[in-house]
Design a protein around this ligand. Structure first.
Ligand code: PEP
Ligand code: MN
Length: 333
């Protein structure tokens, strides 16, 4: 249940509502100048008397019933707004492409790759700077220097930028440089990190945990929203199944399902979703056809020399051919 309060509600009225709600879990959230009290009503306790009492208060504008646990990111929240990044609307009709290397490897290389990306319809440059690697002996990214190289390259080539953050201690620094903060699959359940990135008010690109249900995924987004940051972009990046021929199993169902459940933009990551550069092209087209709001691609000028995820990284030529095909398919659709 969401209780929407009137514009200038006195603290004493809020205290009274909180007193009435004693025993229920709730959170006071301020979104777009609206004060909302989000109440966990999924308990077996009967709320009818409480609803009656709250509804009679002058300071309550309306009460919105939600039958899902994710109340702010769910469709029942009528205050859902569009998600914008630097003037780009991410949950509209456009198909937005995020492209760049798995990792920022050097200043020179990220500039070179950005110089190609900016010649396409892709508007957002990706590059990992803090890398969550399965092995402690793999390349773990350039850290702060990488963030600065990414920022400079994006600025020079008029692109927006995105990088992943792994640790709450790096959130403030990263948020000063990039336009979008990425939360990777391994951290979807890292609630301390979700709350920390929410505080920055920067758009958050939230990747689905590789074994997370849609409900868990949306509740992770709800963590960010309930801290007052509604700019969340969901990304399906493949889940773990019994199939090992591909690195992950891309759950294409996630696109229509999540679009039914939420107003947030839904992206697909064909690179991690397949783990195979030969499959990135067809799966990118599938993402467009199924109605995703965009894709995230790993692109490198010399994919085999990539310091991470070489097998799933496409070269510049394939990237340009794919971008042309995307344009053509868009017309057909
Ligand atoms: C990435 O985008 O570089 C990445 C590590 O993705 P994921 O968290 O989906 O594995
Ligand atoms: Mn990668």
């Amino acid at each position: 249940m969401i209780v929407q309060l009137c514009a200038k509600v006195p603290e004493s009225e809020i205290d009274f509502i909180v007193f009435v709600l004693d025993g229920f879990r709730y959170k006071l959230v301020e979104i777009f100048d609206k004060k909302l009290i989000v109440i966990n009503d999924s308990t077996t306790r009967d709320m009818s008397n409480i609803v009656k009492k709250i509804r009679s208060l002058k300071s309550v504008e309306q009460i919105i019933k939600c039958n899902t646990d994710y109340k702010l990111v769910g469709r029942c929240n009528q205050f859902n707004q569009d998600v914008f990044v630097g003037g780009l609307k991410l949950n509209g009709d456009d198909f937005n492409v995020i492209a760049g290397p798995c990792s920022v490897e050097s200043e020179e290389r990220i500039h070179k790759i950005a110089s190609y990306i900016c010649r396409s319809d892709a508007k957002i440059l990706r590059g990992g700077t803090y890398k969550a690697r399965t092995s402690p002996y793999s390349f773990h990214g350039l850290g702060k220097a990488g963030v600065q190289y990414l920022y400079q390259a994006a600025k020079k080539y008029n692109l927006l930028s995105i990088t992943e953050v792994l640790d709450t201690r790096d959130v403030e620094f990263v948020s000063e440089y990039v336009d979008i903060i990425q939360i990777g699959t391994r951290n979807m359940y890292n609630f301390a990190l979700l709350k920390e990135v929410a505080k920055t008010k920067k758009p958050v690109f939230l990747k689905r945990g590789f074994s997370a249900s849609y409900k868990d995924f949306l509740l992770a987004a709800e963590y960010i929203h309930s801290e007052g940051n509604s700019n969340v972009i969901l990304c399906e990046r493949g889940i773990k199944t019994f199939e090992h021929y591909t690195r992950n199993t891309l759950d294409i169902n996630a696109v229509p399902a999540l679009k039914q459940l939420t107003n947030l933009p839904v992206f697909i990551d064909p690179s991690h979703g397949t783990g195979d550069r030969d499959f990135v092209f067809p799966i990118s087209l599938a993402a467009l056809a199924v109605g995703a709001h965009g894709i995230m691609l790993e692109v490198h000028d010399d994919p085999d020399a990539s310091l991470s995820d070489a097998k799933q990284t496409i070269d510049i030529e394939t990237f340009f051919t794919l971008m042309t095909k995307i344009r053509e398919l868009k017309k057909v659709l």
